[in-house]
Design a protein around this ligand. Structure first.
Ligand code: 3PY
Length: 254
């Protein structure tokens, strides 16, 4: 179901004590200050998810997400974490296909299709990331490129399964660069992606799909981004590491 979501992608940041402090600050602030209909998803490093579970109460506004999972359920994959493991400690979401994983760990659309399957089979909701490079934005058919990422990793799913997918459009040129897509650029792409989903699954499914914007979304620009009709919230990097900034972003979505 389409809903407002703000997810914090902590990436590889915070020691254990810092993580505990940030978790309790954010969870208390959400409890005290967020009255509207927005789901907050916290995605700390996997190492802290079990601890984070103790801070998150069932039925509250905060859910937990992992930053990745392996495409197999178990086995000899040293250092990896599986979807059933995440599910077994109460994780609800998993970020898949972040551009940093595609770039530094060589994740492909085909491999991501397998990760999506295993996540769904184990009750996790994928936050599926897509987005184009700066070179493609300036010189190529970047809309077709992003649509292809979605086609190749998601369009094998039934409409029923697709209903559990959250899309996060994250232009690579806006990640860690301080550049942000303008709200008009974000809206244009989100609209295109919704049309693309409608072409595969029909308009009702497309209108029900949550599409987040990511890529240097922060306390300053969130309100303008989230005001656009096809932007349903954000996947937040740097600004999710400071509780007050993150709360400002969450408030902008409610
Ligand atoms: C960013 O905000 O830069 C991100 O990569 C969020 O995932």
């Amino acid at each position: 179901m389409r809903k407002k979501i703000v997810a914090g992608n902590w990436k590889m940041n915070k020691t254990a004590d810092e993580a505990k402090a940030l978790l309790s600050e954010v969870i208390n602030m959400v409890k005290d200050e967020i009255t509207g209909d927005v789901e907050v998803v916290l995605c700390p490093p996997a190492l802290y998810l079990a601890t984070a579970r103790q801070y998150v109460t069932d039925g509250g506004k905060v859910a937990l997400g992992a930053q990745n999972c392996h495409e197999k359920v178990s086995g000899a994959y040293t250092g990896e974490i599986s979807a059933p493991m995440l599910q077994s400690i109460g994780v609800e979401y998993v970020i898949l296909g972040h551009s940093e994983r595609r770039q530094y760990f060589g994740e492909t659309n085909a491999q991501l299709a397998e990760k999506v399957n295993i996540a769904l089979e184990n009750g996790l909701k994928p936050i599926f990331c897509c987005g184009e490079s700066r070179d493609l934005r300036e010189n190529g058919d970047y809309v077709a490129f992003v649509k292809d990422q979605i086609t190749e990793s998601l369009f094998h799913l039934s409409a029923e399964s697709f209903a559990n997918i959250v899309i996060a459009y994250e232009p690579i040129w806006a990640i860690g660069t301080g550049l942000t897509a303008s709200s008009a650029q974000a809206q244009d792409m989100h609209f295109e992606l919704r049309q693309h989903i409608a072409g595969q699954y029909g308009d009702a499914v497309a209108q029900d799909t949550t599409i987040l914007y990511g890529g240097s979304a922060n306390a300053q620009n969130a309100e303008e981004l989230f005001a656009r009709p096809d932007v349903d919230g954000g996947l937040i990097g740097g600004a999710s590491l400071k509780s007050r900034d993150f709360l400002t972003v969450v408030k902008a979505a409610q």
